[in-house]
Design a protein around this ligand. Structure first.
Ligand code: ARG
Length: 454
């Protein structure tokens, strides 16, 4: 019999085929959870001693062996064996080599409750790390918004110039999207923070295990209610993948705007050389690759979510090996989001906004058309009529019948007071309502955003 199949060798005559091993082994990717796996074993072993299933000396021997295994893996000296199917079997094998009582470590435990617990622990710290990076990007947007002062640019709908807005307003709009992402991650975190240890393979145990104790040792906020659900549930992975995918979609929208703004045609932003790339052929090029990758990476994040939901779909209770497919998308999604957040943060914090170019575009007299209509409304004209009056002046101006401000000044319902609204910088200052785009309204919004971040 080969070295393989040691875990279940009692039932088997022959060893596993190479094809099975190649498909089945998760060690290449799940060794990344070695710290979580060892933490889970420590808690389990403590609990086994607490309930009298291990002698104190056995417990201490196993704990010491777990320390050694952890140091070896962290230091790169751990000798993985051919028989190590996953991180759980590798650690258990090594602990048993170092300490004969290691053969008792898996008492009352299955890899099914073990792996669910490990992935939960890993996800909790991954979420915390992503939350820190999201807060950092929000802080950068806030700093740029504060630095923007009263600068303004055209706001867009349909990518057509609509109404001027403060640059700070525009930057904070992305900040609020990120605030919802952080909220979603915290929400997913709450449901991740549940221990599955003690569920056994699926049905609990005939031994006097204490799942609440292991949950407490591991610092979990809660313990599973149903052993079948505990080993079958990967909702927390799907939820985290969703929160990361939507975060990625938000980053892609920020990326797309930076790409547009960095173009010669817009010229709204100058990117720092350290966060731009050149062309191997065209000497004049400066490319916004980070922003493009922020846009592109969203595709794979959405793919991880849909792929994993498809994996889960139709799985009967309880654990099925399909669920081993949770780790690669989860790990990659976290890695992808981490890199994207860091790079985008650097790109935005080092960017220079060309507020002269922005104002030049925002001061187009047509951008104030809505202000003219609202000016008429304030003087008693029904909005539909006001819209038509102003629309007619715009049409005439576009047809070459005169400059808009002249047409407005000459109009009996409008006149010179209304024409003054078309002067540079006037329009943006007028939308002072709650959450609006004027610098005055933005000052209050900045306060709210700072409070959300704190
Ligand atoms: N490597 C497996 C996974 O990641 C561990 C659980 C295996 N359980 C089992 N009964 N084969 O899901």
């Amino acid at each position: 019999m080969s070295e393989r199949g040691q875990l279940w060798h009692g039932r088997f005559e022959g060893g596993p085929s190479e094809a099975l091993q190649a498909l089945n082994d998760s060690l290449p990717f799940d060794q990344r959870m070695f710290r979580e796996d060892i933490a889970g074993s420590r808690a389990h072993v403590q609990m086994l001693a607490d309930v009298g299933l291990l002698e104190e000396a056995e417990r201490d021997g196993i704990l010491a062996a777990l320390d050694t295994a952890e140091e070896e893996i962290a230091g790169g000296t751990f000798a993985f064996a051919e028989s190590d199917e996953d991180i759980h079997t590798a650690v258990e094998r090594r602990v048993t080599e170092l300490e004969p009582a290691g053969a008792k470590m898996h008492t009352g435990r299955s890899r099914n409750d073990q792996v669910a617990t490990d992935v939960r622990l890993w996800t909790l710290s991954a979420i915390d790390e992503v939350l820190d990076l999201v807060a950092r990007l929000q802080g950068t947007l806030l700093a740029q918004a504060e630095a923007a002062g009263d600068a303004y640019l055209p706001g867009y709908t349909h990518l057509q110039q609509a109404q001027p807005v403060a640059l700070a307003h525009h930057l904070l709009a992305h900040g609020w999207g990120l605030a919802r992402d952080a909220d979603r991650l915290r929400d997913a975190r709450r449901r991740t923070d549940v221990s599955a240890l003690g569920a056994g393979a699926l049905a609990g145990s005939s031994l006097p295990l204490d799942p609440a104790k292991t949950a407490e040792y591991l610092g979990f906020g809660a313990v599973f209610d149903n052993s079948l659900d505990a080993v079958a549930d990967r909702d927390f992975v799907a939820e985290t993948l969703f929160a990361l995918a939507l975060l990625g979609v938000h980053l892609s929208r920020i990326g797309e705007e930076l790409i547009l703004w960095a173009s010669t045609e817009f010229g709204f932003v100058e990117l720092d050389d350290a966060f731009s790339t050149g062309s191997s052929m065209m000497p004049q090029k400066k490319n916004p690759d980070i922003a493009e990758l922020a846009r592109g990476k969203a595709g794979r994040l959405v793919g991880h979510l849909t792929g994993f939901l498809t994996t889960l779909k139709g799985l009967p209770l309880t654990y099925n090996k399909d669920m081993q497919e949770d780790k690669e998308p989860l790990f990659d999604a976290v890695d992808t989001v981490r890199l994207t957040l860091l790079a985008l943060d650097g790109m935005i914090s080092s960017a220079t906004f060309r507020t002269d170019r922005m104002a030049g575009q925002a001061d187009s007299p047509y951008a104030a058309a809505t202000d003219l209509a609202e000016w008429l409304v304030a003087r008693g004209m029904p909005f539909r009529q006001a819209h038509a009056v102003v629309g007619e002046q715009v049409r005439k101006a576009l047809a070459g019948e005169g400059a808009l401000h002249e047409l407005v000044a000459a109009h009996p319902d409008l006149g010179t007071e209304a024409a003054a609204l078309l002067a540079p910088g006037v329009s943006v200052s007028r939308r002072t309502t709650h959450g609006g785009g004027s610098p005055e309204a933005v000052a209050a919004q900045l306060e709210r955003f700072r409070a959300t971040l704190a």
